[in-house]
Ligand binder design. Structure first.
Ligand SMILES: Nc1nc2c(c(=O)[nH]1)N[C@H]1C(S)=C(S)[C@@H](COP(=O)(O)O)O[C@H]1N2
Ligand SMILES: [Mo]
Length: 514
């Protein structure tokens, strides 16, 4: 046989085994990540490796022992599959038998995983079938009337696929396999995180949130509820794919300009005293009248206590937080230490954080826009200085320090809606976190400002509903609202875009009275 033909047959074996493993990986995503043929075989070997061998691996490779092992298996499988490709024959399918043996080993190993059921065999079985079919196909024994086989002496040049067909088929199968395996891996790690989240039991907070008094909801149809359900809570982040971080993998490294560096684990958090607070979060990108704000009941740990344990040095002024996906925020240390309820949060409205909202751990700092404070999937705290570090959005021309600006919006009636002459209830939401809403006023066209009725206040850190009943007269009218915070600052009329540190301006709606 010519060398080129041998290489081609070897490649056929490699692509076939790869396709089988990829399909196995993809299928495992729907059974269990532990049913993956590749990982099942790997774990089977690890679990049964003689103790001295394991100790050798850990001593030699340290925490890299797993990657080294996985690469070892990958290389062994690659060599075997090249051999399988070369030795495969039309009538004596030794290569197919080799691939099938690996598949059977996979089934056996998967069925021996601690949590297994009979479905654990499925990914390896499907991998076996796909591996054999691809090998037969690429060797030219499938779908290609191979008359040469009858003659016994196979001429590689006349056999099955043309060189061009082979190259295209092998390429397409390899690319599809890589994509399928990748997708399967992504789906199944997500499955791990989802299972991990289901197991989390939130601690009972030692400091509970104040009761929500009756009257925080004005109970007028169309007004945003006081507490936002998790499913309705706005989501803003740069993550194309939600980071997959389990509580077991989570750590928070606290370092930089501190007296004691340390790392917190999930278990460390469970040993600390939890605090529960209701806080309204707001995004700096919110336009006037926009919906990028929400209020939730958060359970977490006072960030101040963690910084005190670290011992922040006098000249530090910034908490530079990094998410597991690399996103960063820079929070003024003053804001964390001034007594407000800045929390390292694990619970949202009675549940572990939803994955999109930062599971397992995020920050919530009352009074600051999310981009400078609300780091989700947070894993690293560097205590530093604003003149030394620059966070994700600040690098992209957004602000450095960004307290939330006072805002008010009309939630009802809908813009351009029609109403009969007579009383029309105008109602909405206002916020000025950590200062508090003192007053909301409503104006019709360029008439006088009318003081709205405010809902019962929950706290300065939460939004506040309001309403005003307008004795409407016929015609088209524009309704405006504005809020005043407890420092006496009135929301300015001037419209400013959200970039760099938050929008300003009065929200308005046009109504038709007939
Ligand atoms: N890791 C990470 N955390 C992040 C962000 C991000 O892009 N990545 N966006 C921030 C911004 S801009 C806001 S407004 C809040 C939004 O939090 P939410 O999605 O839970 O409402 O998260 C903050 N935390
Ligand atoms: Mo934001």
């Amino acid at each position: 046989m010519r060398l080129a033909a041998v290489a081609r047959h070897g490649l056929a074996g490699l692509v076939a085994a790869g396709a089988g493993l990829a399909v196995g990986e993809f299928t495992a995503a729907f059974v269990s990540p532990y049913a993956s043929p590749f990982y099942a075989v790997g774990s089977f070997l690890v679990d049964r490796a003689p103790a001295p061998m394991r100790e050798f691996a850990i001593e030699t490779f340290g925490t890299n022992d797993k990657p080294v092992l996985l690469w070892g298996i990958a290389i062994a499988v690659a060599i075997l599959s090249v051999v399988a490709g070369i030795v495969e024959r039309q009538t004596v399918p030794i290569g197919s038998v080799l691939i099938a043996m690996f598949g059977v080993f996979g089934m056996f190993a998967a069925l021996h995983r601690p949590t297994s059921d009979k479905w654990y065999a499925a990914p390896s079985l499907i991998a076996l079938v796909v591996g054999v079919l691809v090998l037969r196909y690429l060797r030219g024994f499938l779908f290609t009337g191979s008359s040469s086989a009858e003659s016994g002496d196979v001429d590689p040049a006349r056999e099955g696929l043309s060189r061009r067909q082979f190259a295209i088929s092998a390429g397409v199968i390899a690319v599809a396999s890589a994509a399928g395996a990748y997708l399967g891996r992504q789906i199944s790690t997500m499955g791990d995180v989802i299972a991990d989240r289901k197991r989390v039991r939130l601690p009972r907070p030692t400091s509970v949130a104040a009761q929500i008094p009756a009257g925080v909801d004005v109970e007028v149809d169309g007004v945003t509820p006081f507490v936002t359900a998790n499913n309705d809570f706005y989501r803003i982040d740069t993550a194309l794919q939600v980071p997959a971080l389990t509580t077991g993998d989570w750590q928070l490294r606290v370092h930089g300009m501190v007296d004691n560096e340390f790392t917190l684990t999930w278990d460390d958090l469970m040993d600390m005293q939890a605090t529960e607070r209701i806080v309204t979060l707001t995004c700096v990108s919110n336009e006037v009248g926009g919906a990028l704000a929400g209020t939730a009941r958060w359970v977490g740990y006072p960030m101040k206590a963690i910084l005190e344990r670290a011992g922040v040095q006098d000249d530090a002024d910034m908490l530079f937080s990094t998410s597991v996906d690399g996103w960063t925020s820079g929070t003024p240390i003053d804001a964390v230490m001034d007594g407000r309820d800045a929390l390292l949060v694990i619970g949202m409205n009675g549940e572990p954080l939803p994955l999109e909202h930062g599971f397992p751990v995020r920050q919530v700092v009352p009074g600051l826009y999310g981009f400078v404070s609300a780091c989700k999937w947070v894993v690293d705290w560097e205590i530093t200085r604003f003149d030394k570090a620059e966070a994700y959005w600040t690098k992209r021309n957004w602000g450095v320090k960004a307290p939330i600006k006072t805002a008010s919006r009309i939630d009802r009636p809908a813009g351009l809606s029609r109403h009969p002459v007579g009383d029309v209830v105008i109602a909405g939401t206002a916020w000025a976190q950590h200062r508090g809403v003192a007053k909301v006023e409503v104006r019709v066209d360029d008439g006088p400002w009318n003081t709205a009725t405010l809902a019962t206040e929950y706290s300065d850190d939460t939004w506040r509903q309001w309403y005003w009943t307008w004795p409407a007269t016929a015609g088209q009218h524009t309704i405006y609202c504005r809020a005043t915070d407890k420092t006496g600052q009135v929301q300015p009329e001037q419209r400013v875009a959200p970039i760099p540190d938050g929008a300003t301006g009065w929200h308005n709606r046009v109504l038709r009275i007939e």
